[in-house]
Design a protein around this ligand. Structure first.
Ligand SMILES: [Zn+2]
Length: 323
């Protein structure tokens, strides 16, 4: 078994974006209402239980920026005199291990949290980070989705509204620039992509970009149509990520191997475009979703990208929805 595959297997437990797909795969795609209720009730508990056991791996990048890997989406941390800045919050029961890892970087208090989008595996820790002293900043649609109950159709899951301490207190609509710890942080809204609330966070001097869940490194991505995501938007977001990076830029994906680069981002873009084109062509011919899945429009990419919980069939369905 390759190291990458082991890595993927060890991580699959912790990722909500993928749990719906796991449920989907295990049940052949559909659940009865009572099954789905039982599944849904267990889903978040299961992820939280797993997160309580997850180890947090620290990747030191440059310009004092590090990644904490192992609790939900990849978390970026920038310590300094202004206090630690967190990009995404992970899953709540990881709190002691995230704190331990963060304390290993510096003793600065945690003062700022930026959410890349509203999904649970990036915002579940909002409340405890706010209790630690972090002011929460996000796109206005993240604020909107956390403030009210949400249903994600493809996870077959209903999320209750978040406690007020977990809801961002500062929002923006298009872009925002912050200077913290002598670093320039540029926040930019993607428009509809993985959801309708995705932003990128660029550490200007360090030449590092956190792409949130617009970028899944080496694995098929989840796309949340229930809250405004679509395949075309994922491609547009990825092309924008390419436009603002060079071969020197460190690229942080929301999921997948956490330290990436422009060449890998380009391969991801090429994969998305090729599969979108294949599916669109079949759809234009009037083929049904089942026929299109059977035609395996992802086949050329499955060996590399289809080894995670978003299976080739699941990804085909997500692309079909918006192709
Ligand atoms: Zn997500």
């Amino acid at each position: 078994m390759s190291t990458l595959y082991q890595h993927i297997l060890s991580r699959r437990r912790f990722c909500l974006c993928c749990m719906g797909a796991a449920t989907f795969a295990a049940t052949g795609g559909w659940l009865t209402p009572s099954q789905s209720y039982a599944e849904s009730r267990n889903l978040v508990d299961l992820i939280r239980d797993d997160a309580a056991k997850a180890t947090i791996k620290v990747h030191k990048l440059r310009g004092n920026v590090s990644i904490l890997e192992g609790s939900g989406g990849n978390i970026a941390v920038l310590p300094g005199d202004d206090g630690k800045v967190f990009i995404d919050a992970g899953i709540t029961p990881s709190r002691p291990r995230i704190l331990e890892a963060a304390n290993g970087l510096s003793r600065d208090p945690i003062t700022h949290l930026i959410n890349t989008h509203w999904h649970f595996d990036h915002t579940d820790g909002n409340q405890w980070l706010n209790e630690e002293g972090a002011a929460i900043l996000a796109h206005e649609n993240t604020h909107k989705h956390l403030l009210t109950a949400q249903r994600v159709e493809d996870w077959d899951f209903n999320f209750p509204s978040s406690p007020l301490a977990a809801v961002p207190t500062e929002v923006f609509s298009s872009e925002k620039t912050l200077t913290l710890n002598r670093s320039t942080l540029a926040l930019k809204y993607y428009g509809p992509a993985h959801t309708d609330s995705d932003i990128s966070v660029t550490f200007h001097e360090a030449d590092i970009i956190h792409c949130g869940d617009t970028y899944w490194n080496g694995i098929y991505p989840f796309i949340d149509y229930s809250t405004g995501g679509n395949i075309q938007g994922m491609i547009t977001a990825t092309e924008r990520n390419l436009a603002v990076t060079t071969d020197q830029t460190i690229v942080i994906p929301g999921h997948g191997v956490p330290v990436s680069n422009r060449a890998e981002l380009q391969a991801y873009r090429d994969m998305l475009v090729a599969i979108r084109d294949n599916v669109a062509k079949l759809k234009e011919q009037g083929r049904s979703l089942d026929e299109i899945i059977a035609a395996k429009p992802t086949a050329a990419f499955d060996a590399k990208w289809g080894q995670f919980v978003i299976t080739p069939a699941m990804f085909t369905r997500l692309v079909y929805e918006g192709a």
